[in-house]
Design a protein around this ligand. Structure first.
Ligand code: FAD
Length: 317
């Protein structure tokens, strides 16, 4: 079943989550253990993130610095296949513009079809760490919508050089990203919604939001999207706050606000365990309100927070 089918056909708010491929060289068993922890809540699909290569400088014994390309979390396709194989569940690998050429993307699409994986989340991807602004890869793309066009052409039976695919496989179904608090590069929310609408017209079947801690921002965003004629499911992306340091890290990394009521309570905590527990309680309250307002699905960001997500899921499912 495609992710969109479980989003649309579930009588109750469904559960899904995102995982990261393991750090290079750390094996997959830890990831399986995290997924095992969450299986009892009947996840409908699992997303697997993609991380571009970064350039780093390594010092040789002679004291010379060499620029090397390093991918800290390789293996999205293989990890997706391993999860599908082990848990017999829909997997949604992320496909990026950032760091990939169109040919590389095409090979990924072919690999995924061979593996029977036909769900994708199509994204521009984060900029490289050494860049101030996003720079498209040579023979790559600047925006997710261009990636959508390539996948659409592939679905119609054409490679990116225009040649026909001899035996086209099962078409891909895909979602895209959206931002209740606006994407940080967008001049305003209107422009961001304009591009989201274009992504919907180009074939996005659902959108998953950036994480947020203030439900009102999500509700307002959905209201504005509906007013613009964007009628696809908008799936809330949820991450329980876990540490006091995240009060500054989360706004910086994800460009979202932490509500003052939550920040004030975090500052009163005496231990990290108290902060973790507070994050879980805040998240449970958020999820209960979202469910009461009829969201079709909740999508959890589990990185370094599987224990908290499990506690939240236990309370709400
Ligand atoms: P786009 O849709 O290209 O939008 C980027 C900006 O450009 C927005 O401001 C938009 O308004 C504007 N825009 C869109 N189209 C156009 C156009 N044609 N012309 C001009 N402006 C345009 N990053 C990773 O590296 N790996 C991941 O696995 C990953 N997973 C994610 C999952 C989710 C659910 C979310 C919300 C984000 C994820 N990200 C991931 C981060 C994401 O890649 C970044 O936020 C990125 O900066 C934007 O991606 P996008 O797909 O929204 O880009």
């Amino acid at each position: 079943m495609h992710a969109i089918d479980s989003i649309k056909n579930n009588a109750h708010t469904s559960f899904s989550f995102e995982v990261l491929p393991p750090l290079k060289g750390t094996g997959i068993d830890g990831l399986f253990r995290s997924i095992d922890e969450l299986c009892e809540f009947d996840p409908k699909y699992i997303n697997i993130t993609t991380h571009r290569s970064e350039y780093v400088y390594q010092e040789s014994p002679e004291g010379v610095f060499h620029k090397v390309s390093l991918r800290r979390r390789p293996g999205t396709v293989a990890v997706a296949a391993a999860i599908k194989n082990r848990y017999d569940i829909t997997v949604v690998p992320h496909i990026l513009c950032s760091g990939f050429t169109r040919e590389e993307t095409e090979y990924v699409l072919l690999d995924l079809q061979f593996l029977g994986i036909t769900d994708l989340l199509l994204l521009r991807g984060d900029k490289a760490k050494h860049e101030n602004v996003f720079t498209p890869t040579l023979n790559g793309y600047s925006h997710a919508i261009e990636l959508q066009a390539q996948v659409n052409r592939f679905n119609e039976g054409f490679f990116c050089d225009g040649t026909p695919i001899k035996e086209p496989g099962r078409p891909f179904s895909y979602g895209v990203a959206c931002y209740p608090e606006k994407h940080d590069e967008s001049p305003n929310i209107e422009m961001d919604l304009y591009w989201l609408k274009e992504k919907v017209k180009a074939g996005a079947q659902y959108a998953v939001t950036q994480l947020f801690y203030d439900n009102e921002k999500y509700f307002r965003f959905v209201e504005r999207a509906r007013a613009e004629g964007i009628n696809i499911p908008i799936i809330p992306g949820i991450k329980p706050l876990k540490t006091a340091r995240q009060l500054s890290i989360i706004p910086k990394t994800f460009k979202v606000d932490i509500p003052q009521a939550l920040a004030t309570e975090v500052l009163k905590c005496k231990t990290e365990e108290q902060v973790r527990q507070l994050g879980v309680e805040w998240c449970i309250a958020q999820c209960r309100e979202l469910i009461a307002r009829g969201v079709p699905s909740l999508h959890f960001y589990t990185v370094a927070a599987t224990d908290s997500v499990k506690q939240v899921a236990k309370a709400i499912y």
